[in-house]
Design a protein around this ligand. Structure first.
Ligand SMILES: NC(=O)c1ccc[n+]([C@@H]2O[C@H](COP(=O)([O-])OP(=O)(O)OC[C@H]3O[C@@H](n4cnc5c(N)ncnc54)[C@H](O)[C@@H]3O)[C@@H](O)[C@H]2O)c1
Length: 448
């Protein structure tokens, strides 16, 4: 692969630069940093659109898997990946020097919270620092990792500008474009989910729009990177707050002896102005439990308290504890204590029909149930095992004997491919936090 040409634009103006021409004629080479839930599907779409695509990945194992055409991400089929790799359209590397080949690079690395709920942008800083010396003039770099408003300008841009060859707005173009992928969603994937794009200058927005239009169905430009950064946080705060609202109502409904699920189902028949959210055992995944706190942290710099975020965080964080209380109450009705009971947990992934356990509330629930003296076994068709406190815990097969052996079955994830009818027929007691047993009658089924 030839290194890209890096003409200066001082004599050319910025219109019709080589980068723009390559984006228009489809010859631009693309890079993706971080090949996870976000980055691998994105890289696949770029390559499918006909662009030579290089994935930069620190994990040697992941880079090897990609180059062997084996997908480790549910939304990416191995045969499709293998074909793109064999045709030379997609490859993965740990060598950031290959960034010199790329015209456009999207950074998709994790943005977690520290133990004290402060933004941890270290992955992004590491990725940008590794890239910066190899980025050649006339390159667009976009950040896709969810983060607080200002990150692209305040952190990413200065790291890239440390490369003396690069001049922002002249031969270096930087933008933020939030990723909205919803792993496992059968209707909306990377390609057909509209993509918001905000540059660090109007020209950066234009080029970033051209970039994403090469391989995605719809691009939505906004005026600044900060607006794009906040739009993503608004989406996730909206979910976090509404889930908290319904979780709080679920607790009130229990006291008032009203079925919260029936209430939500009734409310959602309103054809306008209402969107259903459902209660559950707590928030999970890499986004909703984390992203809102990126904003509350940044807001403090402006002497501003984001009270909706704090309150919804409090309600949602309490849900695993509430579930354990409900489990103890349920066992009590059978004259049993949680201590000494055997509990079969159904589902440990944070949501239905995926294998992702990041931030899963199941871990908090299981930890407490064990701490209170119960024996816990779990079944999850998507998670064969997980590691907790350094110990591997394996999923048990779901059998009549296993269900009958349990003093209580605790449904924490509503995976579709579970034989719930068999569970309902054989369990002594079930606490269903996902309403998967909606149609089952009987005192032995207790809903959240
Ligand atoms: N997973 C989702 O559903 C989702 C949805 C929307 C937005 N996001 C956001 O997208 C970002 C990425 O999330 P993800 O779920 O893809 O994470 P992930 O953990 O699945 O993938 C991140 C990848 O980046 C790699 N990586 C880490 N540091 C690196 C570095 N310095 N250089 C190269 N590779 C590096 C990791 O090895 C991993 O393969 C996060 O900011 C997240 O909040 C995620």
């Amino acid at each position: 692969m030839a290194q890209k040409t890096s003409d200066s634009h001082e004599t050319q103006g910025t219109q019709g630069t080589p980068l723009e021409q390559k984006l228009r004629d489809g010859t631009a080479i693309f890079g993706v940093v971080g090949l996870g839930y976000v980055g691998l599907p994105l890289a696949v779409e770029m390559a499918k659109a006909g662009h030579t695509t290089i994935g930069f990945e620190v994990s040697a194992q992941r880079a090897q898997e990609v180059n062997a055409g084996r997908s480790y991400i549910g939304d990416v089929a191995s045969d499709e990946l293998a074909q793109l790799v064999s045709e030379g359209r997609l490859r993965a590397t740990r060598d950031f020097a290959d960034a010199a080949y790329c015209d456009c690079i999207a950074i998709c690395v994790p943005t977690p919270l520290s133990a004290t709920k402060e933004p941890d942008v270290s992955y992004m800083v590491d990725a940008a620092t590794a890239l910066a010396p190899h980025v050649t003039p006339d390159t667009l770099v976009t950040l896709e990792s969810t983060t607080y408003p200002g990150t692209t300008e305040e952190i990413l841009l200065p790291i890239l500008e440390a490369n003396a060859q690069l001049r922002h707005g002249d031969n270096l173009f930087v933008a933020f474009s939030p990723e909205r992928v919803d792993p496992g969603n059968p209707r909306f994937q990377t390609k057909n989910t509209p993509k918001v794009v905000g540059g660090t200058s109007p020209r950066c927005t234009e080029l970033a729009t051209l970039f994403y239009e090469r391989f995605l169905d719809q691009v939505v430009p906004v005026s600044t990177a900060r607006a794009a950064e906040l739009s993503k946080l608004l989406e996730n705060i909206f979910r976090c707050v509404n889930i908290a609202l319904v979780n709080e109502l679920a607790q009130l409904c229990e006291r008032m002896d009203i079925d919260i699920w029936e209430v939500v189902d009734a409310a959602k028949t309103k054809p306008f102005g209402f969107m259903p959210f459902y209660p559950g055992p707590g928030l999970g995944g890499h986004c909703i439990p984390i992203d809102p706190f990126y904003l509350s942290w940044k807001a403090r710099e402006y002497d501003f308290r984001t009270e909706f975020i704090e309150l919804s965080g409090k309600v949602n964080e309490n849900m695993p504890y509430y579930v354990v209380d409900r489990l103890m109450d349920a066992l009590n009705t059978h004259a049993k204590a949680l201590s000494g009971s055997r509990v079969l947990v159904l589902g440990v992934a944070y949501k239905a029909d995926i294998d992702d356990m990041r931030e899963s509330p199941a871990i908090k629930v299981i930890t407490q149930v064990k701490a209170k003296g119960a024996t816990v076994v779990f079944h999850d068709p998507f998670v064969s095992e997980y590691v907790q406190d350094g110990q591997r815990v394996a999923s048990v097969p779901l059998s009549v004997d296993e269900v009958r052996a349990a003093d209580a079955v605790l449904i924490l994830t509503g995976h579709t491919e579970v034989d719930y009818a068999m569970v309902a027929d054989n369990a002594a007691l079930i606490l269903d936090t996902r309403n998967v047993l909606k149609a089952v009658e009987g005192d032995h089924v207790i809903r959240l």
